[in-house]
Design a binder for this molecule. Structure first.
Ligand code: FDP
Length: 335
């Protein structure tokens, strides 16, 4: 009797391989991580699980009264949407149950939240980014940064655990709830992207070793407040137009970043008269995307220094943000 050969199973034309599931990928790659790799793996799985629940709720939001405002405001004074609040609960709950996280910083909470004091990790998260797009069925996202706490597990959380520079991240990622749902993350060994297969309830590796093109022709910026942009930013935008670049701006940071990551481009949110320090949040928006951009060959800056070098002095600190293809960001910074 002939034995079945593995290669013929792998290349079968009637049952195509669906690729590597996220869980297997995390497990296969956990040796890359210098510390207690099993715990970081569990944490990433908890985030993935919460994102599946949020994805389910985002998908049926219009049907079950999850659209619209809560009637409350977040730390920035923005109206909280029901889905913002729901996503915050889903991620916090999943990370609390997982037990690996001692403290969580979220856009939706004024102060950090204590979780398991024995946990070795600190998370900074924007549970649902792009709130203004929630009600109109446009792509939104989740952004997260993972740090190792500096103090010993079991001792009280200290400021040094929470206010870490982006260069201290041990992992970061985003989830894009778009025409398909994707989870993209790095642990400092390149960037990998996974697409959600809803009928199987699993993420599968679809974008291995993602690289951001060095060049591109897309510029993404809200030019509404451009009268108050600094002269160098105005000049760079004029350069983009003179160079016949394409303007693309969704208004959801994750979606704009992801498109530029795949196609090559630059995203800019500069200082404006309304937001003199920029609008975006260093700890739970810019740091994660800066880490991913650099890991994929891109550049992220506040206009003066690498985003990852900024030492935060408060949880909800804002920063100007220039991120994207290496040559485009360097060109913008040269103005
Ligand atoms: P939003 O206010 O809708 O939550 O994180 C803030 C953010 O969205 C980003 O996702 C987005 O890129 C940016 O703000 C949009 O701001 P503008 O409306 O000022 O363009």
């Amino acid at each position: 009797m002939n034995k079945a050969q593995l290669p013929s199973i792998e290349s079968s034309r009637i049952a195509h391989s669906i690729g590597t599931a996220l869980d297997r990928f995390i497990k296969n790659n956990q040796d890359q991580f210098a510390f207690a790799s099993g715990e970081l793996s569990q944490l990433l799985r908890d985030i993935a699980l919460a994102s599946k629940v949020v994805n389910r709720e985002v998908n049926k939001a219009g049907l079950i009264d999850l659209m619209g405002a809560m009637g409350t405001q977040n730390t920035a004074g923005d109206d909280q949407q029901k889905l913002d609040v729901l996503a915050n609960i889903r991620f916090t709950r999943a990370l609390a149950k997982g037990g690996e996280v001692c403290a969580l910083v979220s856009e939706e909470a004024e102060s950090y939240v204590d979780l398991n004091n024995e946990g070795k990790y600190v998370i900074a998260i924007d549970p649902l980014d792009g709130s203004s797009n929630i009600d109109v069925n446009v792509s939104i996202g989740t952004i997260f940064s993972v740090y190792r706490r500096k103090s010993s597990a079991g001792t009280p959380i200290q400021e040094i655990d929470i206010l870490q520079a982006g260069s201290d991240q041990v992992a970061a990622g985003y989830v894009l709830y778009g025409s398909s749902t994707m989870l993209v993350y790095t642990t400092g060994h390149g960037v990998n992207g996974f697409t959600y297969e809803p009928t199987l309830g699993e993420y599968f590796l679809s974008h291995p070793n993602m690289r951001m093109p060095d060049d591109g022709k897309i510029f993404s910026v809200n030019e509404g407040p451009s009268n108050s942009f600094s002269q160098p930013v105005k000049d760079y935008l004029q350069f983009c137009k003179d160079s016949h670049y394409t303007a693309r701006y969704i208004g959801s940071l994750v979606a704009d970043f992801h498109r530029n990551m795949l196609k090559g481009g630059i995203y800019i949110y500069p200082a404006t008269a309304k937001d003199p320090a920029g609008k975006l949040r260093l700890m739970y928006e810019c740091n994660a995307l800066a880490f991913i951009a650099e890991q994929a060959g891109g550049v992220a800056s506040d206009g003066v220094q690498r985003i990852l070098e900024i030492k935060p002095d408060r949880l909800h600190q804002r920063t100007p943000f220039y991120v994207g293809s290496k040559n485009m960001v360097e060109k913008a910074l040269s103005f």
